[in-house]
Design a protein around this ligand. Sequence first.
Ligand code: UDP
Length: 238
Amino acid sequence: MAEPVYRRVVIKISGEYLAGSRGAGIDQATVDRIASDLIAAQKLGGEIAVVVGGGNMVRGVEVSSRGVSRTTGDTMGMLATVMNCLALESAIERHGAPARTLSAFVMPEICELFTRGAAHNYLAQGRIVLLGGGTGNPFFTTDTTAVLRAAEIDAHAVLKATNVDGVYSADPKKDPAAKRFERLTHSQAIEGGYKVMDATAFALARETSLPIIVFSISEPGSIGAILRGTGRGTIVAG
Ligand code: UDP
């Protein structure tokens, strides 16, 4: 079998996606489908780490508008990402592959602390590694976390899973004239203000020379296709 184009990757999956059509919380069928896709992609020979968001439960900005302080709201959001990791870890293991959650926070009864060494070891052992707790700091997002962790663990690319097959000039679901980009530089992605990822994430990827591939996770098998280099997505790279 041909070697994957990107051997070690960090895949960013939003919490919102895990909610499926429910809109909030965790949709088990969606989590199971993603778990199978991750396992299939890993069988191609890839080393897969996943950063999961928390927007299906808590976003710091939203709860802070209701009276909770922003830092407490962000902490709640980061804890939500750990719950999502545990849901995905459990689904991956139920589907027959080893997985391990590593958290930015010390919570020894629940999962191990993220360290570069632990992530390297588990990836080398063939586990799918779930990275929870965001960066561990308020005022950041899990998009930025994905780029940060990718740089820390020497990943070859960040795969940003979305509902659409790349970066568009406008929301393609609302604007039929929206143009899809095949390739962008990090600077073009920042200057264009495209909503697909926050500017901090793009800036860190530029600084660390990490390519970001924006693709749709809605079609089963799309993660594997991106790893093989045959998938459809926008490549954001220097
Ligand atoms: N968050 C944070 N620091 C981080 C990552 C996340 O404070 O490093 C908080 C923040 O409140 C954010 C929430 O966790 O709104 C959930 O993450 P995110 O919004 O990125 O999740 P997604 O939209 O991808 O589901």
